[in-house]
Design a protein around this ligand. Structure first.
Ligand SMILES: NC(=O)C1=CN([C@@H]2O[C@H](COP(=O)(O)OP(=O)(O)OC[C@H]3O[C@@H](n4cnc5c(N)ncnc54)[C@H](OP(=O)(O)O)[C@@H]3O)[C@@H](O)[C@H]2O)C=CC1
Ligand SMILES: CC(=O)N[C@@H](CCC(=O)OP(=O)(O)O)C(=O)O
Length: 344
């Protein structure tokens, strides 16, 4: 049994970590932090966790207490893990960061997109991008994991087989993506209000979103020439879920795309390639760590359309973070992640 901590336990990804880890046979959550709720019992704030964490209470973040643990998850806004990760690693504690602090390899580019100086550039060299379908072997030996963002997970898994096989024009990829409102976090913001987000649908960040450089970096790792990507996110009136509709122009040599996807993901526990002609729904992955994919070639044309759905809080954040922890500690990769999705 390993001992873990969560920094940022009152947010949506923090409480999702708690929900999933309650079913994990090899993990005990010893510490959970919140500055605003310090002293409050977890099960008083989240009654769904009554009976699972009856003694655990939120505490102020404390580097010494966190440094006594085997692993610490950061479920915090950007910049927080920069300040604490180095000290934890020096104490032998492994760090799994759900924020974007270590996702971009280039500190200057990170500063440009996140509008602040990079707080730990010396750690960038050892941070491993935690997309198991791409980097499983590196994750096993990592001390510091940058958990991929939600949109980046859905988009990269959808394009991966096509780019690895070199079957598309990589210079003109399109990712048209929709997210539920929990993607914006639990903090009060006007666009997340019921009256603003329900019964409506809108794009945002069309001329440049911070996930663009992250997705581009990941896609470049899959292909030998630089990719060109148009990425447009949308806010959908739902609580959880990401739906990515991906478009690419096929090369003449493209053959059986269904078989390509099925073969690439045959041994992946959390990628489900649906039968030809399917249309995956976000609700089919609600609460579950699966990325569900379908591949289409409309009217046999030279355009491939990939449909990719995930739960932004699970495969897009907390579930993927636990998948990484399982790989780092040699546990069953599916431990804590076995429950099927909620439907309807
Ligand atoms: N929501 C999503 O779908 C996804 C989120 N992520 C990323 O995961 C991280 C957490 O997201 P989410 O759960 O939505 O965020 P929330 O805004 O819902 O929660 C943030 C948490 O961090 C704590 N916190 C805030 N500032 C600090 C600080 N300076 N020091 C210590 N703790 C702090 C807050 O508690 P308190 O202020 O009381 O300390 C709170 O518990 C973010 O970086 C987000 O971008 C990644 C993928 C998907
Ligand atoms: C709907 C919404 O606002 N989504 C967030 C992305 C989700 C998120 O938290 O981003 P990370 O995965 O990088 O942490 C946004 O567009 O900024």
């Amino acid at each position: 049994m390993i001992k873990v901590g969560i920094v940022g336990g009152t947010g949506y990804t923090g409480v999702e970590l708690l929900r999933l880890l309650a079913q994990h046979p090899d993990v005990s959550v010893e510490t959970i932090t919140s500055r605003s709720e310090a002293g409050v019992k977890v099960c008083d704030m989240y009654p769904n966790l009554r009976g699972h964490y009856d003694r655990l209470a939120f505490s102020e973040p404390d580097a010494r207490a966190l440094g006594a643990l085997d692993a610490v998850f950061f479920a915090t806004p950007h910049g927080v893990a920069h300040a604490l990760a180095g000290e934890l690693l020096d104490n032998g504690t492994r760090v799994i960061d759900l924020s974007a602090d270590f996702r971009l390899r280039d500190a200057t580019e990170w500063s440009r997109w996140y509008d602040q100086a990079h707080g730990a550039p010396a750690l960038l060299g050892e941070a491993v991008y935690g997309l198991p379908e791409m980097h499983r072997e590196k994750i096993k030996n990592a001390r510091l994991i940058a958990v991929p963002g939600c949109y980046p997970t859905a988009v990269q898994l959808g394009f991966l087989p096509l780019l690895e096989a070199g079957l598309v024009d990589a210079s003109q990829l399109i990712a048209d993506c929709k997210s539920g409102v929990t993607g914006a976090g639990r903090g009060a913001k006007v666009p997340s209000l019921l009256a603003e987000a329900s019964e409506s649908f809108k794009a945002y960040g069309a001329s440049g979103h911070r996930h663009l450089p992250e997705i581009r970096q990941g896609l470049n790792d899959m292909h030998d020439t630089p990719v060109g990507l148009t990425f447009v996110p949308h806010l959908a009136p739902m609580i959880r879920g990401i739906h990515a509709t991906l478009y690419a122009r096929l090369d003449a040599k493209a053959g059986d795309l269904q078989a390509l996807f099925e073969n690439r993901y045959a041994n992946e526990p959390f990628v489900d390639v649906m039968p030809a002609g399917s249309h995956p729904e976000t609700r089919s992955v609600k609460g579950n760590n699966t990325c569900r994919l379908a591949v289409h070639r409309p009217e046999g044309s030279d355009t491939v359309v990939v449909l990719s759905v995930i739960d932004n809080l699970v495969k897009g954040a907390s579930g993927q973070a636990i998948q990484n922890l399982n790989l780092m500690f040699g546990f069953d990769e599916k431990a804590g992640l076995n429950a099927p999705a909620l439907m309807p």
